[in-house]
Write a protein that binds this ligand. Structure first.
Ligand SMILES: Cc1ncc(COP(=O)(O)O)c(C=O)c1O
Length: 433
């Protein structure tokens, strides 16, 4: 089939009519499918069930240094968990604090601390007239949710295949003291699955911020979440690079085992410089006596070491790779050459990013919903839920079964074609009239 833009009005009308029939057939199927959130599926969760057997009632609950994990204490996490997370994050265990069950929670706390008490002696953000954050777009909705909650002004920065537009980032960070942070998902980004190039990371490490308390919020949520053994993205380690560039305190790095073991019941961590650690702990000690050490120990006993974790991630990949490939195949088959959308083909992570023709995303998602397929809401990948192009749609292929995913993805392509054809016909009418 030729591209919609090359069709005559009559051809496009015929296509639209046929699509309406197809859409109605899907509607009659009474579907209830969900491609909205990046959640592991049941089989993935089952991979970690043996972790529950590592700490039975007769288990030895003492850590290597003699700490009894059942009791209070150890603010920054047990040593062996720091080693495990350190290997996973490619950081020195001494530069890590192990937190609770969610890295998003750590990010929230990190912004909250800067807001109420300031970073390393700087003025708390709540006392400043204006605080701004750079937000590579499309990006992760929950990041934007945190900064919106604190009334921090968000500035969208375009994402490219090799990372954010660094010319713009450098210009804004170095010229504007109110720019205090940037949200980054540097590897297998949410939603495109892009990874920052060496040059991008090096430019990040060499930023010259106008604000002394500017920090890079480096959320490496998908650092070891490869889909392939042979095609894996590589990311330069940012803490070491910042140190090398004379900017040791400029980055907070976050990660968790949410999509390794159990989301909501994993362990999370921050890795950062010695100075930042002192600053963080001065607050943290008032917030908690320590996070869940039993869960930390459970994770360590289950994986043994990073090699155990890497092996485990291969099993995840074996389950979700066919799902990503099924979506890519269906998009290619049904939309290829029609000029009604582009999409990413990531080597890892949890998402595929789809860009519909301008002004169509909201309606595509609404049509999909009416036929029983839930997608992430339109605009979610932009600050304030406002996609100025109304184009970006995040596809999350991991949760549904392969069969459901095929149905949902096919219906999605019908909605894309239907809405795109409708829009083009309306444009033609406008032009003619
Ligand atoms: C980029 C990114 N960061 C963080 C999270 C949430 O992490 P956690 O479960 O550790 O709070 C997600 C979940 O989708 C994510 O995509």
């Amino acid at each position: 089939m030729k591209a919609y833009q090359e069709m005559t009005r009559e051809e496009l009308q015929a296509e639209y009519k046929a699509l309406l029939g197809e859409y109605r057939r899907y509607q009659a199927m009474d579907l209830k499918l969900d491609m909205s959130r990046g959640k592991p599926c049941r089989e993935q969760l089952n991979l970690s069930m043996e972790m529950m057997d590592t700490l039975t009632s007769d288990a030895d609950m003492t850590c290597e240094d003699g700490t009894d994990c059942r009791n209070y204490g150890v603010l920054d996490g047990i040593h062996e968990a720091k080693v495990l997370m350190g290997d996973m994050m490619e950081n020195n265990p001494d530069n890590i604090i192990i937190y609770g069950n969610s890295s998003l929670n750590v990010m929230y706390d990190t912004v909250a601390r800067a807001y109420t008490h300031g970073i390393m002696g700087n003025t708390p953000w709540c006392r400043l007239e204006r605080v701004r954050f750079l937000c590579p777009v499309p990006g992760y909705d929950r990041h934007f949710g945190i900064t919106e909650f604190f009334g921090i002004e968000m500035i969208p920065v375009p994402m490219r295949e090799d990372g954010p537009d660094m010319d713009l980032v450098e210009e804004l960070v170095s010229s504007d003291e109110s720019v205090k942070g940037i949200w980054c998902v540097p590897k297998y980004s949410n939603p495109q699955g892009y990874s920052y190039s060496d040059a991008t990371v090096r430019r990040f490490a060499r930023l010259r911020p106008a604000a002394k308390d500017f920090r890079i919020f480096w959320d490496n949520a998908y650092g070891i979440h490869h889909l392939y053994d042979d095609h894996q993205d590589y990311l330069i380690e940012i803490l070491a690079e910042c140190k090398r560039a004379g900017n040791p305190d400029m980055v907070y790095k976050f990660a968790s085992t949410s999509k390794i073991t159990f989301p909501g019941s994993g362990i999370s961590a921050i890795a950062t410089s010695d100075n930042n650690l002192v600053d963080i702990k001065s607050q943290l000690k008032n917030q908690t006596i320590g996070h869940d050490k039993v869960n930390q120990l459970r994770h360590v006993r289950f994986f043994g070491d990073i090699h155990g974790m890497v092996e485990h991630m291969r099993k995840h990949a074996d389950i979700i790779r066919p799902k990503f490939e099924a979506v890519e195949e269906i998009l290619g088959e049904k939309l290829g050459g029609l000029g009604v959308g582009t999409w990413t083909k990531p080597n890892g992570g949890y998402f595929i990013s789809f860009d519909a023709p301008e002004g169509c995303a909201r309606e595509i998602i609404a049509e999909a919903r009416k036929a029983g397929v839930t997608m992430t809401e339109a605009g979610a990948t932009w600050p304030y839920h406002k996609d100025p192009h109304d184009a970006n749609i995040r596809i999350a292929p991991t949760y549904p079964s392969l069969e459901d995913l095929r149905t949902a993805a096919t219906l999605f392509t019908v909605c894309v074609r239907l809405v795109s054809a409708k829009k083009l016909l309306a444009d033609m009418k406008k032009k003619a009239g």
